[in-house]
Design a protein around this ligand. Structure first.
Ligand SMILES: [Fe+2]
Ligand SMILES: [Fe+2]
Length: 336
């Protein structure tokens, strides 16, 4: 047999139906298509099977004792990871209402009984292809986050800096009225903001003293380098504005593009505040962190020059409410 880079993975399909005959029929079809099959006789068994071993696809009957298919679908689609498992609702061919309920519960497709072998083949193939693309996208994101942690690990002075920038950014975004999705994006963008520092040589990144002008010019390339690393990855396009523009200033004096005011993307304006605050109050190789009062004074003094004044107001309010103490204790909890 030829060696392969990635072991061939036989897709695992979970068949959920309270009628034994239906399960056996589907299993026979799926066997022929080369899938591995696990069976469950009701909703509770289905959830147990998913918890024991995550399937690549679920064929799900609706009317079942104990827990019906709609409830199973809703639960799985509310789960942060399991929501990516494609679910096909099994319905009687004329039951339009049931189909709609399935789709409303988050099902990806439906299949009519009695089953048609060709239809089963086509639908499962399409969904499984999407499933594998999704899991690979997920993996790409995971690699980037690992890189961001690697950047921190090179420099003990910035350990947890990215994590804290993420948490501050998320809090500012939420207080600014953004929804949960955007807040999560801000957190992740914050974690990734300095990813480009992976391209900065140790002699500059770890220098135990102020940088020369030339060295600073190299250091400044980290925002474009970060963007370059992520540019070809579709799953991270949303973070690009944060990565590229987190060193812009609202007075146009920042880098790399000298953007002015609200032409700086919102995420970057938020991350800039989070980043600067954390840098000010943390120790660096060549200086101690500032006292909280002094850092607050600088926030006030540079609102409208370095940072968006309205966002600074929000951030100062959050600090008054103890945000920095909460962020500091949360990353201690993460590291414990
Ligand atoms: Fe940076
Ligand atoms: Fe930073």
């Amino acid at each position: 047999m030829t060696e392969r880079l990635i072991p061939v993975h036989q897709p695992l399909v979970l068949v959920v139906d309270d009628q034994r005959a239906n399960r056996e029929l589907l299993e026979a079809h799926l066997d022929e298509l080369g899938y591995e099959v696990v069976q469950a006789a009701d909703g509770i068994e289905a959830l147990e099977a998913v918890a024991a071993r995550e399937p690549d696809l679920i064929l799900l009957d609706v009317d079942m004792p104990r827990l019906d298919g709609i409830a199973v679908c809703q639960r799985l689609k509310a789960h942060p990871v399991r929501r990516l498992i494609p679910i096909v609702i099994l319905t009687a061919s004329n039951d339009r209402d049931m189909r709609l309920r399935g789709i409303a519960a988050g099902a990806d497709d439906y299949l009519s009984k009695p089953f048609d072998a060709r239809e089963l083949l086509v639908r499962t193939k399409v969904l499984l292809r999407d499933r594998f693309l999704n899991t690979r996208l997920d993996a790409t994101e995971g690699v980037l986050f690992a890189l961001a942690r690697a950047v921190e690990a090179r420099d003990r002075y910035t350990i947890y800096h990215a994590e804290r920038v993420g948490r501050y950014s998320e809090a500012i975004g939420t207080a600014h009225g953004l929804d949960q999705n955007d807040a999560t994006l801000l957190y992740e963008g914050g974690v990734l903001h300095d990813l480009g520092k992976i391209a900065i040589p140790d002699a500059i990144l770890l220098k135990p003293g102020p940088l020369t002008e030339d060295e600073f010019a190299v250091m400044k390339t980290h925002s474009i380098e970060g963007e370059r690393i992520c540019l070809s990855l579709r799953s991270v396009t949303h973070y690009l504005p944060i990565i590229r523009h987190h060193h812009e200033r609202v007075d146009g004096g920042g880098y790399p593009d000298h953007l002015l005011g609200t032409t700086i993307p919102l995420g970057a304006r938020i991350a800039a505040i989070a980043d600067a605050w954390d840098a000010m109050v943390s120790d660096r190789p060549y200086r101690r962190g500032l006292q909280r009062e002094e850092a607050l004074r600088r926030l006030h003094a540079n609102a409208g020059k370095q940072w968006d004044a309205a966002l600074i107001e929000i951030f100062i309010q959050l600090l008054d409410d103890g945000l920095d103490h909460r962020v500091a204790s949360s990353h201690l909890a993460v590291s414990a």
